[in-house]
Design a protein around this ligand. Sequence first.
Ligand SMILES: Cc1ncc(COP(=O)(O)O)c(C=O)c1O
Length: 437
Amino acid sequence: MVTKEALYSDLREVLFKHRSLIEPKPLRSGSDYLPASGKVVGFEELELLLMASADLWLTAGRFSDEFEEKFPKFWGSRKCLLVNSGSSANLLAFATLTSPKLKDATLKRDDEFITTACGFPTTVAPAVQYGMKPIFVDVDIATHNAAVDDILEAITPKTKLIMIAHALGNPFRADKLVKVCQEKGIWLVEDCCDALGAKIEGKHVGTFGALATCSFYPAHHMTMGEGGAVLVNNAQLGKLATSFRDWGRDCWCPPGTSDTCGARFDWKMGELPKGYDHKYIYSHLGYNLKLTDFQAAVGLAQLERLPKFIERRRENFTFLKKELTRLGLEEYFTLPEATEGTEASWFGFFLCGRGQGSEFRNKVVRYLEENKIGTRLLFGGNLTKQPAFEGVSYAVHSHLKNTDKIMEEGFWIGIWPGLSEDNLSYMAEKLSEAVKA
Ligand SMILES: Cc1ncc(COP(=O)(O)O)c(C=O)c1O
């Protein structure tokens, strides 16, 4: 009789035979495009992806369960909930804090939250969509992160949330906010989408806030294609987050199971009749943000590679910085620096002009792209200047001078694990040519 095991084994054999077709190829400087970010995937990812396909489970299942079990161990977090993107993770983390079950700690419309304008829009969007008012603090140029003193100064009695990203893999000092947040009843959410593996005083980012978020889009430290996760460091929030992720339902049975509570037809909630099927009782106005086992299977293979990926990003960063310094490029750009007391897990290598203006930045970026070197801006630059922010009510703490400078004069290039030292030397050389031209 043909078994599933025989099918898995045959699939593996075929894949193994064609392994050389699947494995990533080195990029050739000057002839291949050197993207600012990218994925490194190969045999192991495809192997698990095929196993997930052969299961024909199609939704979240055994691969997602295994990932949710393993991933928090990497961080030292309590719990992990998989979702379908980093933006969904931000939405879910935020929505969790609007649960009425949190009583006085529930976030309300018209509460204020502190964040930065120099970053990715979906760190900020969920709270704005809900009706909260963002208070933007400026960032430092070399670390591209908000200084703790600025965040603390921006706190008012209306502040109920601090939701900030560890920008480009370089941490902000979340550790120094924990005590104040506890004393003042402020929720801290760390957007770790760009910062997997970064540490503050030896402890992983994502373990300081009540909630933290990750992205597994291909540009990030590890990938599932599309995917994300919410890390939960607080027992009560885990249950609420699960409800918001899974349609807002009160029932916590995983897909394909029933009656985990042993009282499926005995509940009395809201104004529903007693005994209404618990599977269809909704305690939140939720979403469906789940991912599939295909994504989780790829994630499991990537998780094995993750420590090497992080190490490689750090090595590439150090190498590129040395090259740029050797070529005298500090005269033209502020080079990136890790926040004091932290170990960054670099997402990209950020450069900011020293007052030459945006035309200079644009010319350098164009020159690099013409020479097959990928460039990126620091996401939204200054979010308040984005069309999406027209009509949004916000306030600025002090000023956003550096945020504006980053918008006008900043850009980043790659240090992801698919780039070799040869690629990085080529990038440094072309950058030097660009500024001296
Ligand atoms: C800081 C930050 N937060 C959130 C996201 C959104 O992640 P995703 O693309 O998976 O939705 C990104 C995307 O790059 C990001 O850089």
